[in-house]
Write a protein that binds this ligand. Sequence first.
Ligand code: PMP
Length: 417
Amino acid sequence: MRGATAVDTLATADAMQPKSSDAARITRPDLGLAARRELDELARQSLLREPRTLGAAGPRAEIEGRECLILASNDYLGLSTHSAVVTAAADAAGRYGAGAGASRLVTGNLPIHEELEAEIAALKGTEAAIVFSSGYAANLGLIPALLARGDVAVCDKLNHASLIDACRLSGARLRVYGHGDTTRLESILRAEASAGRLVVVTDGVFSMDGDVAPLPDVLTIAQAYGAWVVVDDAHGTGTLGRTGVGTVEHFGLDAAAFINMGTLSKAFGSQGGFVTGSTELIALLRNRARSFVYSTGLAPASAAAALAAIRLAREQPEIRQRLWRNVRLLRQKITPAGLLPVSTDSQITSLVIGGVEQALAFADELLRAGVFAPAIRPPTVPRGTSRVRISVTAAHTREDVEEAAAAICEAAESIKS
Ligand code: PMP
């Protein structure tokens, strides 16, 4: 978008298309049939997904008529069902309505948006913040506002899909380095030194492996080549660092050195995404991030829930400590199963099983034991690394964690035999 004359409707583009009188005679393929063929092919590869129906939110819920332990949620601090968070959401809906009404550039801010953005900036230690309707929307707005054709986005191979989509959408050239391979990162930056803008883009915590990006090295290298660094800290926010600020705090780095993105839908138990940074960056995003400009503002209930959750997490560090106690207990108790987590850097415990069928069998076995943890398959993870992703939260009790660990050990035995 940068430098171009902004055209925000397709009216002009349409007028330039050749008009063909043949168009009416072209027979369109049957959409239902085309979709069915694609779905059948997914099913053949055991890659068809159909979400389960859960009877409630929280650490336990009914699935197919039976109460199960839920180890499938990113509600790491268990705040989505915390009474103060739920009450804040209900109060905000009563006061401001169920929806924000329009894009905030059209209908204006609600006080709750401004309060939330101030709280996020204070949490992250930056001058300003902007909230979007989801983390996905935040990335889709952020990257194309920074980069355009002629620029280069340098991505870790395991970056989240929303970052990859955002980089593609920007029109910048996409260069990829091996996961955590900072030597390769440096050689790419050296080769691209004459590009327009250079941005290194990385997850803080990688969502499917649970490991943490080598941010200190990434930053040093990026600075040496004049590149900015975007960190997607969807999974580090609220959980990592001495006070739960996230991956940047975990490494004791300066918040101002990064463009930090995060989500309100994981540790903060609500919905929405954000970007933090300088006053100028945030003002630019208010004007240039198309997923902010052209999308209805975050729902008041979601904003209020997120605000209440951030405050709770800051005021009550024992919630985060409970999460970590549960994570440590789970890992200790599943040691006999011989399934080593890909990483123990973060709260995510990812157990690689291997083939798609085996991972599905493992997850089915868990569900039979009343424990719901999802099998993660390609394309979310590389072929041959299908896994079960275990997420205990601060809302689980010690008994819940012990029950989960016992089920995991039994499932591991059953897929061996
Ligand atoms: N970034 C990462 C690393 C994520 O894991 C996710 C969600 N899975 C997102 C961004 C998108 O966030 P949201 O769910 O709020 O859209």
